[in-house]
Design a protein around this ligand. Structure first.
Ligand SMILES: C[S@@+](CC[C@H](N)C(=O)[O-])C[C@H]1O[C@@H](n2cnc3c(N)ncnc32)[C@H](O)[C@@H]1O
Length: 332
């Protein structure tokens, strides 16, 4: 395996100067992922959320993600059934959601992120010591499969999971949340519509989405290089591997506006990141952002716009300048 990884890295290094050549390398890698998935091989290596963290740092991360979800849900505590999409390598957030009132938490993930069971047990143990969670432990020792009311549903994409849920189970969720996941869905808009069809009236669907290239071409090339790859090629780079999908703000807004027009939802959408600027101090509406930062991001887009693939030629600079959003939809 180490040899294969070394070979992969060597290939990447050789192709690094030429984005289009690198894109072809990603097409080959994505086809390999297609074969893997068909064979049921869903283990995903690479960077995990807790990988190299100390237990105390992991507890901080779990609390930070939980706070994000609480802010999105607009509540201190949770109720009913919650779905967290793409939890990565830990059920820590789900454990705290159960502690804070959720009756059940489903963890939906297309891949099985590589994890260290001992590290995870230590994280659950530390959370339990801090919050008094022993009543939620169903096994002799802490284990991700031994948390009362928390269920892993790994190995199916969120798109497939919610399409099936909408057809067969209907509106069973009070809250559906994710963070840094929607950009990895192959078809996030159909997925989003199905998530809303699985959410009870008054329930919420809240996602934080990043529009970055996840190191495909950066840092050697600029942050918008991935928008230069023609769609016909790009789709074959991403279908199986979970690479970012390039469904940018305007597509989410259009999808959500259609649902508002149909009387299905209300929503708010805030900006969290701008290109060439990075993370904003807080999530805010475009109009509220410091004009100097908006100008900086827009100038960056305009500097690179000429090289974009035809699919992005007509997209307003504002929607390309936005590289992170947080939106919350409330179901009618
Ligand atoms: C960048 S990690 C985010 C982890 C965590 N939510 C966080 O905020 O740190 C992306 C997660 O989404 C999952 N994922 C990717 N594509 C998916 C899909 N189509 N359906 C469900 N989960 C997916 C990955 O396996 C991984 O767990």
């Amino acid at each position: 395996m180490r040899f294969v990884n070394a070979l992969k890295q060597r290939g990447k290094d050789v192709l690094e100067p030429w984005p289009l050549a690198k894109a072809l390398g990603y097409v080959a890698h994505d086809a390999w992922w297609g074969l893997r998935l068909r064979a049921g091989w869903i283990e995903q290596g690479g960077v995990t959320v807790h990988g190299t963290l100390e237990v105390e740092q992991s507890v901080d991360v779990v609390e930070l993600i939980l706070d994000d979800y609480r802010r999105a849900a607009g509540c201190e505590r949770f109720t009913g059934r919650v779905a967290e999409i793409g939890p990565g390598d830990s059920a820590g957030v789900a454990l705290l959601m159960r502690h804070l009132g959720a009756a059940a938490v489903d963890l939906i993930d297309r891949f099985h992120s590589r994890r260290d069971p001992e590290q995870q047990a230590a994280i659950y143990q530390a959370l339990s010591r801090k919050y008094g969670l022993e009543a939620l432990r169903t096994k002799a020792t802490w284990d991700e499969d031994g948390i009362d009311g928390v269920e892993w549903r790994v190995g199916r994409s969120a798109e497939a999971f919610f399409a099936d849920c909408a057809t067969r189970r209907g509106r069973i969720y009070d809250l559906v949340v994710s963070r840094h996941v929607m950009e990895h869905l192959y078809d996030p808009l159909t997925g989003l519509r199905d998530m809303l069809r699985c959410t009870k009236p008054g329930g919420r669907v809240a996602h934080q989405v990043g529009f970055h290239d996840h190191g495909m071409f950066t840092p050697r090339h600029h942050a918008l290089t991935f928008l230069e790859i023609p769609e016909v090629l790009y789709r074959h780079m991403t279908a199986n591997s979970g690479r970012p999908n390039r469904v940018l703000t305007h597509w989410f807004r259009r999808c959500l506006d259609d649902l508002v027009a149909a009387g299905a939802i209300d929503y708010t959408l805030d900006v969290t990141h701008l290109v060439d600027v990075g993370r904003l101090g807080r999530a805010q509406a475009w109009e509220e952002i410091d004009p100097a930062l908006r100008e900086q991001a827009l100038a960056f887009v305009d500097r690179h716009r000429a090289a974009f693939a035809p699919e992005f030629a007509g997209v307003p600079s504002r929607d390309i300048a936005i590289t992170g959003i947080a939106f919350v939809a409330t179901v009618h």
